[in-house]
Design a protein around this ligand. Structure first.
Ligand code: AHR
Length: 530
């Protein structure tokens, strides 16, 4: 998308002033499609880490907490509400020390193992619970059931560092071989699932440049070729996802693709996507709920860096994969802050995300929408009780976070056609914002329904904006806004409704549409066109 940044005086050159004193302008160009927004861009990630699986997802069948076969009911209900399309599991770094066989068969007989994260100093303060010593109560059948209940597709991350290619193909056989055909199908049936799940998305390792084996890009390419050369298909179109770069490690992307095609470009046909990981903030970035205005702007500027990462990795991929057969899968993203000491230490990397993180999520999802031709899937890290979480749950208490509200507000983009949208807005002048534009967003169209989502990062100033849809008339308009006068606003277990989106009834349809985007806000406009 082209983005033009104007000083206030410069804007007058392109936007004639009306009685509404617009200092920004949005031009939606419905006849310039970018691509269909894959619903999988709105995906999630659940790892056996901290309170994600044990207590977050899995409470156990005998729990007093409302559950469906051991899975937290409130979570299932909310995932259905936001049309959760896909969930990644079991890691993360955990994936490359996980033997899937530990998590199948009778639950009472499953082994107890040391969790990948047990060495983290923060967990030393925690009791010897499932976060340190994995009980394997939640395994393949439980995860597949969770996905089915939530209406999402499963995306498995296979162990490349410490299991063999054979184990990978046998996991595929366990999940996908038809009822009654193989011993693995028999084992699956003993766990209550005679029919295949089935699983289409398979990650081949995780962060193979680090915890997933400490490979170089070309070493990993050889492993990837070996693991994916033969895998049983059962008529399914299996989508293999290669472990991709860490942030701006362009050398990884280049070396992986160069080595992958060393024996011919046919190897590209084995790759559905390459997985980019990018967390803004990062561990030790400070508290999610107590920070100075500078830290607000710094984080939002960092979040916007996702666009440069998508563009740059895509360009390198295209030098080798000239037809762009392979897509980007951003299977870990989010804002990462310090663990909240008011939450028990076993909930490693748990904290309450706030309004600032909601804006990070809006900025990021808008980038994915704008690059619908490049990004095939993305997975927010992580679903519950961890990092960029949509939910916090401790025993029988549960709250949605502002990130959940953003996913809810953005759900209508799923399956829409992303169209080019020119946002002309001044650049922020705060030093920590590093020229971040005063408005950013994305737009999708389904028939005569237009969904426009916009983030205004300015803490103080609303952005009065003139909105035009080229060659079309806007006949009705609705606005949903997530904002607060307090930039630290967030929900807690004691105060789960502190921050919620509201309908803005002041909006009046018109062509152009004049709308004032509130300070520190994420807004969705639903427009109907004649
Ligand atoms: O999401 C937490 C961790 O961050 C994941 O396990 C790992 O893949 C990443 O480094």
């Amino acid at each position: 998308m082209l983005r033009r940044h104007f000083l206030l005086s410069g804007l007058a050159l392109v936007a004639p002033r009306t009685s509404f004193s617009a200092n920004a302008r949005i031009d939606i160009l419905p006849d310039e499609p970018i691509g269909v927004i894959s619903p999988h861009i709105y995906g999630h990630f659940t790892e056996h880490i901290g309170g994600v699986i044990y207590d977050g997802v899995w409470v156990g069948e005998s729990s007093k907490i409302p559950n469906v076969g051991g899975i937290r009911k409130a979570l299932i209900d909310h995932l259905k509400q936001i049309k959760a399309p896909v969930i990644r599991w079991p890691g993360g770094c955990f994936a490359d020390s996980y033997n899937w066989r530990d998590g199948v068969g009778p639950r009472s007989q499953r082994p107890r193992r040391t969790n990948f994260w047990a060495n983290d100093p923060y967990l030393w303060k925690a009791p010897d619970g499932p976060q340190k010593y994995e009980p394997n109560e939640f395994g393949t059948n439980e995860f597949a059931r969770f996905c089915k209940l939530a209406g999402a597709e499963p995306y498995f991350a296979a162990n490349l560092r410490s299991l063999e290619a054979f184990d990978f193909s046998e996991w595929v056989e366990y999940c996908n071989s038809p009822a009654g055909t193989t011993s693995m199908a028999g084992l699956r049936a003993q766990g209550g699932s005679p029919d295949p799940f089935p699983v289409r998305f398979w990650g081949v390792g995780n962060e193979s440049w680090g915890c997933g084996g400490n490979f170089t890009g070309d070493e990993y390419a050889v492993e990837f070729r070996r693991y994916t050369e033969w895998v049983p298909r059962y008529g399914l179109n299996l989508n293999f996802i290669a472990s991709g770069p860490n942030v701006a490690d362009y050398a990884w992307t280049r070396s992986f693709f160069e080595k992958l095609i060393e024996k011919g470009k046919g190897a590209l046909r084995h790759v559905f996507g390459t997985a980019l990981h990018y967390y803004c903030g990062g561990p030790a970035s400070g508290s999610s709920t107590q920070f100075a205005p500078d830290a607000w702007y710094r984080l939002l500027h960092d979040a916007a860096r996702m666009e440069e990462l998508v563009n740059n990795h895509w360009q390198i991929m295209g030098e080798i994969d000239t037809q762009h057969h392979v897509k980007l899968v951003v299977d870990e993203w989010g804002a990462w802050h310090d663990t909240d000491p008011s939450i028990a230490p076993s909930y490693l990397f748990g904290y309450y995300p706030g309004l600032r993180d909601a804006l990070v999520s809006g900025i990021t999802l808008d980038i994915f929408n704008r690059h619908a031709d490049k990004v095939a899937m993305a997975n927010d890290a992580q679903l519950i009780n961890n990092i960029n979480a949509l939910f916090v749950a401790v025993e029988d208490r549960f709250t949605v976070t502002p990130i959940f509200h953003v996913f809810d507000m953005y759900a209508p983009h799923q399956g829409g056609t992303s169209v080019r949208t020119v946002i002309s807005a001044p650049a922020l002048t705060q030093a920590a914002a590093h020229g971040l534009p005063a408005l950013s967003g994305s737009c999708s169209v389904q028939g005569s329904h237009v969904v426009l989502t916009i983030v205004n990062p300015d803490i103080q100033n609303a952005q009065e904006t003139e909105i035009n849809v080229r060659n079309r008339r806007i006949t009705s308009a609705r606005a949903t806004v997530l904002t607060s006068s307090d930039i630290h606003a967030h929900n807690t277990l004691d105060s789960p409704n502190a921050l919620e989106p509201k309908e803005d009834n002041s909006i009046k349809a018109g062509s152009p549409l004049n709308y004032s985007f509130a300070p520190a806000s994420v807004t969705r406009l639903d427009l109907m066109l004649a």
